[in-house]
Every structure is written in C-alpha cells, then in structure tokens.
Design a protein around this ligand. Sequence first.
Ligand code: HOZ
Length: 428
Amino acid sequence: MTTSEQLFEKAKTLIPGGVNSPVRAFRAVGGNPLFIKSAKGPYITDEDGNQYIELINSWGPMILGHAFEPVEKAVRDAIQYSFSFGAPTRKEVEMAELITQMVPSVEKVRMVNSGTEATMAAIRVARGFTGRDKIIKFEGCYHGHGDSFLIAAGSGAVTMGTPDSPGVTKATAADTLTAPYNDLAAVEALLDANHNQIAAIILEPVVGNMGCVLPEAGFLTGLRELCTKQGILLIFDEVMTGFRLAKGGAQERFGITPDLTTMGKIIGGGMPVGAYGGRADIMNVVSPAGPVYQAGTLSGNPIAMSAGLAMLHHLNAHPEVYTRLEEIGDKLVTGFRNGLVKAGLNYTINHIGSMFTLFMTERPVTNFTEAKSCDLPLFGRYFHAMLKRGVYLAPSQFESLFLSVALTDDLIDQIIRANEESLLEIVG
Ligand code: HOZ
C-alpha cells in the first residue's frame, strides 16, 4: 500500500468520505486520491514522493506558481506580529484600496473567509437592497455550498450526482430560479413570470464549474441590460476568474460592469479568503453602515491579507504576467488540439486565456446539458493516463484547468506529449 492509500483508509474512518471537499475524492475518475505533501512552482509532490506537473493550481489562485517567493516572504514577515486580532488592521485598508483600483466596479468591499461566504453575503445584500426575495442562477454554475446555490449546481455537486442537495429546504429552493447558461430568452421568461420579485441574477461570467464554458456573444450584455431595466442586481461570481482572465477579471475582459462582484482565494494568495464588493450605494446597506448583517472574527485575517497583498501587488505591477498566461494557454491548447487530431478524435476544447477544459464529446459545450453529455468513463481513463505520465489534472470532467506562469516552454511540451500519448492510449 502506498502512503496515500494508507492515509485515505484512515481518513475514511475519521472524515466523511475521507476528504474535506468532495471533488478531491477521485470518485468521478476512480482510484484513490493522492495526499499532497508540498508544492513549488509548477510541481506538486505527494506523500509517496511522486512529483507531478499540476494544472489545478488550488482551483485558480496559484497563478504565479506554488509558494511564490514574495507571497511566502510576506507570510513569514506577518507571522511575527501574531496570527489574528479580530480587530481592524492597516492591511485591510490597503487591500480594499488595491482591489478597488484593480476592479473599478468595486467601490467598496467587505473581506470574508471563502468564496462561499462571499456569495451567500452578496445575495443577502441584494435582497436587503432591493426588498425582493428571489434570485436567478444558471444551471451548472457553482457558487459555493450555500443553501440557495445548491440548485442545479455544478462542480463537486454534479460530480457527486447531487446538483440538488438533500438538506436544502423547499422554501429556500423556491426562491432560486434557474435558467440554462447562455439562454437569454429563458431569463426573459423567468423575469416575465416573476415581475418585480427578482433581487439578483448571479453567474460565473466564464464558467469554471461545469468545465470551462464561455459566455456567447451578447449574453453578458443582454443580462446587464435586463438587470438595469428591471432594477435587478447583476452579480459576477469571479472567485475563479478574478485577477486571472485580466487584472480586473472577466468583467474587464468582456467590458461589462456588474453591480456586485464576489472574489475568492486569489486575494489571499491562496489562503482562505473571499470578498464581495461593488457599487458604494449598495455596499452601504452592509452592517454597521446599514441594516444587512454580515460578520466574521477571522475576516481580513492579517496573515491572509499579507499574502494576498503580495500577490495582488505583483499582478498589478507586472502586466507581462497576463501576456505570458495568454501565450501559455494558446500554446498548450494548440498542442492539445493537435493531439486530438493525431488520435482521430473530434472532441471539444473550450478555452479562454489560462482556463480550459477538454470535453469528451464531439458536440459544442455551451451549457450544463451539453457538459453532462460527455463520456465520463472515458474522462476517468484519460485522467489516469495523464497521471501516469506525471500530469495532475482536476479529477472531474466538470472542472476547468488553471494555468500558471511557472509553466516553462519545456514543461508545456512535456504536457502536450503526455496528452497525445494518453489520448492514443484511451482510444487504442
Ligand atoms: N470547483 C471547485 C472550486 N470552485 C472545486 C474545489 C472544491 O469544491 O473543493
């Protein structure tokens, strides 16, 4: 038995399913999860000493590679002043200032501890601000594990076969309306049927949680227009796209201004952090400025703020990071497409910047129904073929891959070769 296998056996007796987040369990791809000991730059190393090139990057934030030195140093420097105060700090002010500079739609911002907290708070704020109860989310989008979002949810929820989770009350579910992604007509129909009842429309402006799915031309603009016309708040969940698809996230890349934005781990340099922010008049309803309650002892934690500040300052001062991410994404995806041709396969790759997914289907993937039509057993075989060749992918078809600037041209070539060989292995 490997050390990972031993740890997993023990973990299953102590932790539900042996993992602290379902998608890690490898259930969708078969086999046992690897227990990770360390990571540096583009590599991750497991408890058995196996090293892999990895394309998850902690689900997004490790955009500069693992344990990036300035972030590591910022954490070491901060630790000497203690770990948590539960009181305001200078760093929170610096963080708020930097976020509002980099993401101009965010005029005021509140720090929390995870993307889940950020999305839960954002819809409470939208309800408090508009005085309306219902929200619209899109099938296959995942906004963390808050009750209101576990309706037709993507990511681990669909990976585990529970896009509608038991434990969510009928009353809560009734306030979440869903539409297919990229379907403006379906949204208009929901708005007609629920006139003056919708507080917010929330979405991933580029989806990462049903695999990578891009907004079609006119979709985001159409949502913006509908929201403006009907006094509905448009919430962009940029937990994965923020500071990644551009310095100002997907909203900068697509030129759309949401009313509220949710952000995640990247603003903690990979540590447990989230935030929500947006128009000042909306954010002023948040307690103690206004009546909508939201709080947290660890919010704005000084160590996490220090890590996040180091990360964001670097991204802000080095636009070449974004140029390089585009180059890496283009080179890798071109190589993957060539690999498909060599293997005689016509499968779909969705790609934007440093996010992409190879879908095991010949059909285009523009929504949840199409994502779910993929050959999932084949994906499982592909995942293990890649792992055998030293490349660690997200262990589910319903996730995007995330690239970092730590990938050198040689490593990209190595990944492209692994993809070619893996595809030939699974079809051969
Ligand atoms: N798609 C998830 C991150 N938004 C995967 C991570 C997890 O659920 O543990």
